[in-house]
Every structure is written in C-alpha cells, then in structure tokens.
Design a protein around this ligand. Structure first.
Ligand SMILES: [Zn+2]
Length: 463
C-alpha cells in the first residue's frame, strides 16, 4: 500500500510541518514502513495520488451511550441545573440502554467520529450489568456491543472496562441508580483479558490487517467510586496497557476528597497510587500547578474534554502550566455533545484565551512563538499514544498508518497560504472536512447513512 501525497504533515524537530511530494508506504501489518520526501519516479511507481494528508486523531475519552442524550439536557425544569443534576438525567438513560440499543448508538457514534477524523476511540465503559442490576450470562454482553460497533465501522477501539464500587467517598456500595455499574477488580480485569484475547485472535487471522485495531486497558471510575485497596489491586497487576481515571472534574469532588482524605484528588493519587506513564487522568480540570508538575515528573498524561467540560460547567484546565511542564495531554469527546476534534482543540485554546484575556496560549511552552495549531495537533497526537498504548503518533516509521486527506476545497481554507493551512484547519469554522480516511493502511469509506435509522429507532424508543 503506497500513496504519493501532494502535502504531508510530517513530524519535525519541535513540531510537525507540511512537506510536499511525500511517498507514504504501509506494510501488511498496517504500519508505516517507509516515508520518502521527493521520491524518484521508480520509488513512486504504483502509488496512488492523494492530496493533503495529516494523521488520524485519537478520541481519548468516550461513554458511547451518552450520545443518546446529546442536546437533550439543555432544557431545564428548575433553577440551579449543574453537573450533578445532569448526572441524574444521564443515569436515567444509562438505566434503559439494552445491549442491542448500545450497539446501534455506538455504531452511529463511531461512524460520526470516523467521519470527523478520529481513527481510534477509548471507551471508558462502566455499563456492565443488566438494567435491573443483575449480571448478564456473559459478563461481556455490553462490552461486545461496543466491540462489534467499532468493527462494523472500521474505527480502532481501546476498551477500558471500568471499576465502579462506591457512590461517594467513604460510602458503602452504589446507589440504586448506579446498579448497572457494579464491578470488582476481578471483574474488570477479566473483561480486559477477554477483550485482549479477542484482539489477539483477530491479529492471528488471515486478514492482512494485523496492526491492532482493538486493545484493552482498564479504568477506575474516580476516587469517589474506587477506594485505595481496590485501586491498588487493579494497578498492581496491570503491567501493560493504559490506566484511565476521572479526576478533579468538579470542585465538589475536590472538596469531598479533601474532607475524606485530607488531600486533593491528584495529590492523593500522587501520594498513594503507582502513578506512572500508564496513567491517564481524565479532566484534571481543577489541578494545581504543583499537581501538574507532579504528574509531569511521573510521566503521566491527562485527557481534556473541552466541549463536555464547557457543557457541564466544569471549569478551565491549567493548559499553560501543563505546556510549561511538558505534561502530555490528549482530547476526548466524553458525553459527545461535540464529535469533532478540530472543535475540541479550538475550544481548548479559546477557553484559555477567554480566561486569560490573551491569545495563542498553546504557545506558552515555546516562548509564545510558532503555530498554535501545530502545538495543539502534535500535542494531542502525542497524548493519544499514551491514552491508547498504541503506535498512533503520526506519519512516522512504525506508527499505525492512520491518515486523513484534507478537503482543500472546504470554505474555511479558501485562499489560505500553505504555512497557515493547519491554523485555518483548527481555527476557521465551520470546520473543514476530509475527503478520505484510512485506518491501519486501509481506506474506510463512510457508511454513516446506513447506521442512521437504527440509531433513530433507539432514540424513538428512549424518548
Ligand atoms: Zn467521562
């Protein structure tokens, strides 16, 4: 498989850059085996022509079922709507979704994500049990619905079976509305092993597509939901694959942690958990400069979900500190109120501008000089590798051959000169679109329209 790109976004010494006339070659495993700028005619023989190519993006945080409530929680019946009242509405959806419905929702969602240029999604999955709280005959019933959805669409999936044991700090057990989330360290580790076994079998198949499109890590729902003993029971046996945890999303959570443990959530994690490069802290919205320094020193990462954090009124992540400390970060769409990574990056930067009353905040890590979009895109790619544990770091040797061809006829790019195209891609809206997409070296043609009716049927049944 080889393509001759008119322009390709290749990694540079500090950040990426457009390079013209690049031969991109993927091997049978779906990873890049050769990347050759200005190839000879013989080298380029047999390559198919492609326009402007950039890497696919990782969506590092998803709860697929929440796609069914995007736009339905903006109409309030009372004053004082907040994260916690939103959560009550979310639980009502969570309590109703059957496995086949989850598959229909996730298939539609993943098709939307792939259309928008995500080529891998991390599914933070805690809907383990049946709506009445009983165990499914197969504990992976809901998990397999997500795996089938990703396989149907052709997007990569990092499944994160999620441990959820308590309704709050120091409280025994779950509330009745949380009954589907009930899990133990053993049950989530068993799900992780089951998914990895399926992934290994797929890799041994006859298909030439052997680059991993499916893998599993684990997730700990939050310090609210997982106590120290259970947290360490999981973390001590996970030697490979990512560990994700929601942390410090809301000030109530920070204050409850302070009351219970005498420490803020990230402080507590740094002191009591084996935080290292496996760890991805989702949100970390209310992280202090000291906590960000601590996470960077441990080589951990954070997952920022700008549109959901804005929608839920969470607060602003300390992006300038993270950039100055070299902390890795990725982006996720979480509740799926937005499903476009360009908009996530745009809002990440815009939030910081509104907050700090200044511009180009993403350049804080490089003395305010350079392309803001280049920093945002390259940082999110780097964070995506940490979030998935997979080689998804861009157009470079050994990385999975995920790429997007930019629609250079998009209105947002009209008249934009080459050096500013990435900036226009991220900041000029409505967002430009993609002409073609490939996952692990294989072009995926959008079939989103096929998945619309099953999704609409689920929405009709739920409303
Ligand atoms: Zn989440």
């Amino acid at each position: 498989m080889k393509w001759l790109a008119q322009q390709a976004w290749l990694p540079g010494q500090t950040h990426g850059a457009w390079v013209s006339n690049v031969l991109l070659e993927a091997d049978a495993s779906g990873c890049w085996s050769a990347i050759t700028p200005s190839p000879t005619p013989q080298q380029a023989q047999g390559a198919s022509a492609v326009g402007w190519v950039i890497p696919g993006m990782v969506n590092a945080h998803s709860h697929a079922f929440q796609r069914a409530m995007a736009g339905l929680a903006e109409h309030s019946q009372r004053a004082g709507d907040d994260f916690w009242s939103w959560r009550e509405r979310m639980y009502r959806i969570a309590l109703r979704v059957e496995p086949a419905q989850l598959e229909a929702i996730a298939t539609w969602l993943y098709a939307e994500l792939l259309d928008a240029g995500y080529t891998q999604v991390c599914e933070f999955h805690y809907l383990h049990r049946a709506p009445d709280g009983s165990a499914y005959a197969d504990p992976g019933e809901m998990t397999w619905a997500l795996v089938r959805a990703a396989q149907t669409v052709g997007i990569g999936l990092t499944l994160l079976p999620t441990l959820y044991m308590h309704q709050g700090f120091g409280q025994p057990g779950l509330s009745d509305m949380q009954r589907r989330f009930a899990s133990t360290p053993e049950s989530v580790l068993a799900l992780r092993d089951a998914v990895n076994a399926v992934a290994r079998r797929a890799a041994l198949g006859t298909s030439p597509q052997s680059a991993p499109l499916l893998n599993a890590g684990v997730a700990l729902h939050s310090l609210r939901a997982v106590d120290a003993v259970a947290l360490n029971a999981v973390a001590s046996v996970v030697t490979d694959g990512p560990i994700h945890i929601h942390v410090a999303e809301q000030m109530k959570e920070v204050n409850d942690c302070l009351s219970h443990h005498g420490l803020r959530p990230i402080e507590w994690l740094l002191d009591h958990a084996p935080v290292d490069a496996r760890w991805n802290l989702v949100h970390a919205t209310h992280a202090t400069a000291e906590e960000i320094r601590g996470l960077a020193q441990r080589d951990a990462s954070v997952v920022i979900c700008p549109s959901t954090e804005a929608n839920l009124g969470d607060g602003f992540f300390e992006l300038p500190q993270a950039l100055q400390q070299g902390l890795r970060w990725s982006v996720g769409t979480d509740s799926h109120i937005n499903r476009n990574w360009l908009e996530e990056l745009r809002w990440l930067e815009y939030g910081q501008r509104l907050r700090g009353q200044r511009r180009n905040v993403a350049l804080d890590g490089q003395q305010g000089v350079g392309s803001t979009a280049a920093v945002l895109v390259d940082s999110a790619l780097r964070g995506g590798v940490a979030a998935t544990g997979l080689p998804l770091g861009g157009l470079a040797l050994g990385q999975r051959a995920d790429w997007l061809e930019l629609d250079t006829d998009s209105d947002a790019l009209a008249g934009v000169p080459l050096p500013q195209v990435l900036d226009a891609l991220v900041f000029s809206s409505p967002s430009p679109t993609w002409r073609r997409r490939a996952v692990a070296g294989r072009e995926v043609v959008s079939a989103k329209h096929v998945y619309r009716d099953p999704f609409l049927a689920v929405m009709q049944a739920m409303l």
